[in-house]
Design a protein around this ligand. Structure first.
Ligand code: PAF
Length: 294
């Protein structure tokens, strides 16, 4: 695996592959790899001739300087993991390569960016995501880019970006990978104390309460959410949001008929976590622990 720092070096490395018609897969990341990232890389490896993993902790999408400072970072460990999985190129540019002096462009999507994470983290969060993702797509020119279902709103927004700007690539959304107790894997999990880590599993339990309510015939979002909220309360967790929305519009549902997305965000101690389950879809039965997917 080769680590690349500049856009020109990246273009040089990919030119021959593009000319030969090789299929290029991109896994955009902010590093601190966990099994969720690795599952995206494995999928990319299966489906592509050339796998590029980008590693860039994008300052533009952090609404709190303390969150950016605390974000875990270990490039040597990440590079070793990516290399083991057969990734071809680790694109890890410095901030000045992505945002050179005089940088003045923003990619802004309206509507679906303004609710849920957009409402709680502020407008700038998704503006930062869409801007950097558009740049990464332009830099790499992938045929397919891989995103995790854990960031369901982000995945929905990236699909909108690609559709609205006629970007010539496919977005593949891969299932959430979970710890044994159901906690969705996240780079932020390492920031939890042992006691917080234990309580954090309540996020998935809350979503499971919605699954159970739905399976037993309840279609009333308020009732389903009440059951889920009880799980969070028992763990001493007050959510930023706990909502049932349309997967297409991300608007709250008056009734759960057909596909829905149950989303939760909460701080456990100082660490903010998010998770979601698809409801009423063909998400299938839950897979076994540690490869537990939705
Ligand atoms: O999901 C992430 O890690 C980031 O939001 C992304 C897509 C790499 C953009 O910085």
């Amino acid at each position: 695996m080769k680590t690349i720092r500049s856009v020109s070096e990246l273009r040089d490395a990919l030119r021959e592959h593009r000319r030969a018609g090789h299929r290029i897969g991109l896994v955009p990341t902010m590093g601190a790899f966990h099994e969720g990232h690795l599952s995206l890389m494995r999928r990319a490896r299966e489906q592509s001739d050339v796998v590029v993993v980008s590693l860039f902790v994008n300052p533009a999408q952090f609404n709190e300087a303390t969150d950016l400072d605390a974000y875990p970072h270990d490039e040597a460990r990440d590079a070793a993991l990516a290399d083991e999985l057969g990734v071809d190129f680790l694109f890890a540019p410095p901030a000045g390569e992505v945002y050179p002096p005089g940088f003045a462009t923003k990619v802004v999507i309206s509507g679906i960016t303004e609710t849920l994470e957009g409402e709680h983290r502020g407008r700038a969060h998704f503006d930062g995501v869409t801007t950097v993702v558009a740049k990464l797509f332009n830099m790499v020119g992938p045929d397919v880019a891989y995103f995790g279902q854990k960031d369901a709103q982000q995945a929905r927004i990236v699909k909108q970006l690609v559709r609205d700007l006629d970007m010539p690539l496919r977005i593949e959304v891969c299932e959430t990978v979970r710890e044994r107790d159901g906690l969705a894997m996240s780079s932020r999990n390492v920031l939890l104390s042992a006691e917080e880590r234990h309580r954090a599993a309540a996020l998935n339990r809350a979503l499971e309460a919605i699954d159970r309510g739905y399976a037993s015939g309840s279609r009333d979002p308020a009732e389903l959410i009440r059951q889920a909220r009880a799980e969070l309360e028992a763990a001493g967790i007050e959510p930023d949001y706990l909502e049932l929305v349309s997967p297409a519009t991300l608007a709250p549902l008056a009734e759960v008929n057909g596909e829905a997305l149950a989303l939760v965000a909460a701080r456990v101690g100082k660490t903010r976590l998010i998770d979601n389950h698809r409801i009423g879809s063909d998400a299938g039965p839950r897979a076994p622990a540690t490869q537990h997917r939705h």
